[in-house]
Write a protein of this length. Structure first.
Length: 222
């Protein structure tokens, strides 16, 4: 796991983000989010509101987004909670970016199942493009993080790029996916293994055969 640091709070940062406020659309979403929680428990909305704020920042920057200190202060004030409590959440969960990132945030799983299935080669394919932890490539496209298990062990190795997962990867797959993203295209998400739909056994199925090409609800057949 790469070291995480909060982007320093500078006058330049304040000038850019000090006037942050919800867009009209996100203001309505924020109200809906807070309303999900019982009276007196509204501070529990901090996680989804941080995600909403990060995505609003991302929409302005054409990235996945990140959380400058003034934006975290805005969320803290919105929920009437101490800023340190918001910072504690943002720094604990790696789903929140606490420093600027590139257009595409490439998170490669390096935990044992992915490592045994070739994640080192996937990492090497990323490094060939100048990616390294805690760094935005010179073209502004890529940020890189090696992460712990993201729950796709049956289709290892895998990466998450922004909100999408790519699984059953080879270095050639990784190069193709990165090329397509750089060209403004949307690569196929999920498994990259031909003939595999989700994480069913590669090759022929011995049961649940209706799952070969699409999700199938078996519940009425049991």
């Amino acid at each position: 796991m790469a070291d995480r640091y909060i982007e320093p709070d500078t006058p330049e940062l304040r000038a850019r983000w000090g006037a942050f406020a919800w867009t009209a659309e996100n203001a309505e979403k924020a109200k809906e989010i807070v309303a999900r929680y019982p009276e007196g428990r509204q501070r529990s909305a901090v996680m989804p509101l941080l995600d909403l704020a990060q995505r609003q920042v991302g929409a302005e920057l054409n990235t996945q987004g990140w959380l400058p200190i003034p934006v975290m202060e805005y969320v803290a004030a919105y929920l009437s909670m101490p800023i340190i409590r918001v910072v504690e959440v943002a720094t604990f969960y790696t789903m929140y970016n606490i420093a600027p990132i590139g257009r595409f945030h490439v998170q490669v799983c390096g935990t044992t199942p992915c490592m045994l299935r070739g994640s080192d080669d996937i990492i090497a394919a990323c490094k060939k493009r100048g990616m390294k932890a805690g760094h935005i490539t010179d073209d502004g496209l890529w940020s890189f993080t090696e992460v712990e298990c993201m729950g796709n062990c049956a289709s290892a190795p895998m990466v998450q790029i922004n909100d999408d997962n790519y699984e059953d990867l080879t270095p050639a797959d990784m190069d193709r996916i990165l090329d397509e993203l750089a060209a403004g295209k949307q690569p196929k998400t999920g498994t990259q293994l031909p003939g595999r739909h989700t994480v069913e056994p590669a090759g022929a199925l011995s049961n649940l055969t209706a799952m070969v090409s699409e999700n199938h609800d078996y519940r009425g057949e049991w």
